[in-house]
Design a protein around this ligand. Structure first.
Ligand code: CIZ
Length: 316
């Protein structure tokens, strides 16, 4: 099918079947443009909760995002256009690894990043995102009355918080990382600074510490977006995160200039959602084929995983 006709069909089906499309900032721009809501995983999960009029929610993002939305909205049908859209960072931690660290540090709470499976969340104490990691960690230390905190699986996000608190943060496991952000380097910073003199440098806290240290601003996708609005720069912005956010910025705030810190920072998994599988998911809504796209978290896991997620929502 031609792209234009696929887009028209998606728009028509969305209206006809009362479906809301939620897209992450890292989604291909043509998917973002079809979404009812665009945001980070926390923002999308929160909006999903407040949604009253949609029968179905299609979550265009990687698997853990759809799972999180489903755990927080157990009475809603959450659909994913492609179950193969995984997150390599989430694979760095699992209940077995958690158990090893819990045996060593039995009295220390475990905070896990939202980029984790439902099983991992179910075995943790509190969850966090890159928007609220610092706030969550400080509140957990206070409430658990401890200065030793287990934190995983992203070693770079752990370094980001470690540099901003006096707490003893143990990374679980030691070397977890997002390959897209972890490969950003000082060389990228040097090259892009030369190419775009005077541009502000924004980087994601999943980037290596030496890259974070060169930034004018370190923040999550939604925080970077806000920063570009609050701090306009006629010389533009060098943006150190997945390319989807740069496409979003160019679309929504075209009066400013945005340059990728590295043009190869593309998450293959995020791009596994496309017009074709989005159309197929919409087409299946309300038919027996719907089950092929439905996110199902076991009741047991969902009831355990909702606890760290709810704690995070209270803290942030
Ligand atoms: O929380 C999210 O959605 C992720 C994974 C990154 C971000 O900064 O938005």
């Amino acid at each position: 099918m031609e792209t234009e006709s696929l887009i028209d069909k998606i728009k028509a089906l969305k209206r006809q079947k009362q479906v809301s499309i939620f897209a992450h900032y890292y989604q291909p721009i043509e998917i973002q443009k079809l979404a009812n809501y665009i945001g980070d995983s926390l923002g999308l999960a929160k909006i999903a909760r407040e949604q009253k009029d949609s029968k179905y929610i299609i979550l265009a993002g990687v698997h853990f995002m759809a799972e999180t939305a489903s755990i927080l909205n157990q009475n809603k049908v959450i659909l994913s256009p492609n179950f193969e859209a995984g997150c390599p960072l989430a694979s760095f931690i699992d209940p077995k690894i958690i158990n090893e660290f819990k045996m060593k540090y039995p009295n220390s709470p475990l905070i896990v990043y939202v980029n984790t499976t439902a099983e991992t969340k179910a075995n943790s104490d509190v969850c966090c995102t890159s928007s609220n990691s610092l706030k969550v960690i400080e509140n957990v230390a206070k409430d658990w009355k401890t200065d030793t905190i287990l934190f995983g699986p992203d070693k770079n996000l752990a370094n980001f918080v470690r540099n901003r608190t006096s707490l003893n943060i143990i990374t679980v496991p030691e070397k977890g990382n997002c390959p897209i952000h972890n490969f950003l380097s000082i060389k990228d910073i040097e090259r892009e600074k030369k190419n775009h003199p005077g541009a502000s440098i924004l980087v994601h806290p999943e980037s290596p510490l030496e890259v974070q240290n060169e930034a004018d601003f370190i923040g999550s996708t939604s925080q970077m977006l806000q920063y570009t609005k609050d701090n306009p720069n006629p010389n533009g912005f060098i943006v150190g995160t997945e390319i989807g956010l740069i496409e979003h910025l160019r679309w929504k705030n075209p009066e400013q200039s945005y340059y990728p810190l590295n043009k190869y920072a593309i998450c293959k998994n995020m791009k596994k959602i496309n017009l074709k599988n989005l159309f197929e998911t919409l087409d299946a809504c309300g038919t027996p084929s719907q089950s092929k796209y439905e996110i199902r978290v076991s009741e047991e896991s969902a009831n355990l995983a909702i606890v760290p997620l709810e704690r995070m929502l209270q803290y942030s």
